[in-house]
Write a protein that binds this ligand. Sequence first.
Ligand SMILES: [Zn+2]
Length: 161
Amino acid sequence: MKKYSINNKSDIIEFKGTLLSHVSSRQPEKHQWTEILIYKTEGGKYVVHRIGNSVRYHVPEEDGGCETREGRLVSGDEVPSDFIPCPTCDPEACHDDDFLLYDYIIETPLSSADVADTPSDVRKCLLLGNQLTGLAYSALQEAVRKDQSLLGALHRRVWVV
Ligand SMILES: [Zn+2]
């Protein structure tokens, strides 16, 4: 079994276990996407890990840019080539000729995780409102292939009278 360390906001969740599934909603034209990973720990619990990715970058707020979610300050030559300029503060137009002389904020991934004791808790961790999103459903579907006991989390019983 592999040892994993997962960031849950300011905590780090550590365990030995197996990765059951890893799905991503990434699409080439989108600057934001989500990843869901489901692990089973050596003790038989589950860890549901969500990563919110973004490849957008901004002008820092103090230089007239927008207020951003979590990010990292980098110099102009450190902005990764696949990053997309924010349409609101428009870093490329803002520092047109001397782009490399300025600093920018690149958005960094947001990572959160839940520990679930049972398959039905795994389902609860994945719900958005009252629904499983398409991505959450694929994550469960993939996990079921490696762990049949999760089948109950994929299909809910609904009693109709
Ligand atoms: Zn911006």
